[in-house]
Write a protein that binds this ligand. Structure first.
Ligand code: ADP
Ligand code: MG
Length: 343
């Protein structure tokens, strides 16, 4: 008899992870948090060890026709450091695993590692190992970051309480618009290789996509201000999708105000140029690598003058009610249309 066959696309990335995780339980007392947060948490006695892995695949996460190898290396480190930051921790070491086809030269691998080295220097992390293999096609880079956080300072996705204030750092949607710009220029170039793209106007957007930074600065500034968020996640999938992650883990719902969502001017203007809604780009774009977190109302004054922290909404008891409140006072259900690579 034929074995049943289900398509991965029917489950999606998160459905697939749920399916994997339900067959595993944690058996060691040192395994504090397994699947389901930005990093795994391991009890070292006096502190918590944080471990996070992210893989970047050519053709899925990056396109080498417009991503320089140095930037791919830098980004692969930054996105892992970002996951450690999302636990309120500090990354200290990385391992780098590489699958590389004969299409790539030694110099290309050198360039990739220049980017990795530069990110290691920016974030103060050490490269301590990895693995190297050939691949039949393309480049795959998988990085594992290891970090630490004091036990009384750890922040999970699941700690938000009703009435907590929802905060987002930086600005959102820019990386997605950078991608639109690069994809358009690529098409133009393919049709006429003599056309040289003029990307100056879009420099910020393209930079946000190709060379994102982990917000380790925010982690230290929150500590300096005496604030420990009640929950936190890094914004990799898109604001809306990541709101659902906090909501599900914390058992609360969120109300967001559309006029509080931070959008950079260049992102706003480029969205209009592409006939896209700037707010939709900010809600569903993804790859911003900003931090989103909740704080108790009593902590709001401590960070209210921070130029890069925006109060975008609040948590409430109804966990199934994640909504956007418009300036006109309309309430629109949030839709998670973030990045799912299996769709
Ligand atoms: P992030 O976007 O923060 O990197 P992911 O959405 O990739 O997080 O992963 C969510 C959770 O699922 C994490 O705890 C991650 O370690 C876990 N996870 C993802 N893929 C797998 C897998 N193939 N096997 C086991 N755990 C996984
Ligand atoms: Mg994350």
């Amino acid at each position: 008899m034929d074995q049943p066959r289900s398509e991965i696309s029917q489950l999606g990335e998160f459905g697939l992870i749920d399916r994997i995780s339900k067959n595993f339980t944690l058996t060691n007392s040192t395994s504090v948090k397994g699947i389901g947060d930005d990093a795994a948490v391991i009890d070292l006695g006096d502190t918590y060890l944080l471990v996070s892995t992210d893989m970047l695949v050519e053709g899925i996460h990056f396109d080498l026709s417009y991503s320089p190898m140095q930037h791919v290396g830098y980004k692969a480190v930054a996105v892992n450091v970002s996951d450690i930051a999302a636990m309120n921790g500090k990354a200290e070491q990385i391992t780098v695993s590489l699958a590389v086809s004969s299409r790539f030269s030694v110099e290309a691998v050198d360039a990739l590692y220049q980017g990795i080295q530069s990110a290691c220097a920016s974030y103060g992390v050490d490269l301590v190992g990895g693995d190297t293999t050939s691949s039949t096609s393309g480049l795959v880079i998988s990085i594992t970051a290891v970090g630490r956080v004091a036990k009384d300072r750890i922040v999970y996705r699941g700690g938000a309480k009703p009435n907590d204030i929802l905060c987002a750092t930086g600005d959102l949607g820019a990386a997605f618009l950078g991608l639109q710009v690069l994809e358009r220029e690529k098409q133009v170039f393919l049709e006429d290789p003599n056309m040289q793209p003029d990307l100056e106007k879009y420099e910020y957007l393209v930079g946000r996509l190709l060379k994102p930074e982990a917000r380790t600065d925010i982690v230290s500034e929150l500590a300096d201000a005496g604030v420990i968020p009640t929950s936190m996640i890094d914004l990799s999938d898109g604001l809306a999708s990541d709101v659902f992650h906090l909501s599900r883990a914390s058992g609360v719902g969120f109300r967001l105000y559309d006029d509080k969502i931070p959008i950079d001017t260049a992102a706003y203007e480029t969205a209009i140029e592409f006939k896209l809604d700037p707010l939709t780009c900010a809600l569903n774009g993804g790859e911003d690598y900003e931090l989103m977190f909740t704080i108790s109302q009593s902590d709001q004054d401590k960070i209210k003058n921070h130029p890069d922290i925006h109060f975008i909404g609040y948590a409430h008891e109804r966990k199934d009610e994640n909504v956007l409140v418009t300036k006109q006072g309309n309430i629109v259900p949030l839709k998670a249309q973030g990045w799912d690579h299996f769709r």
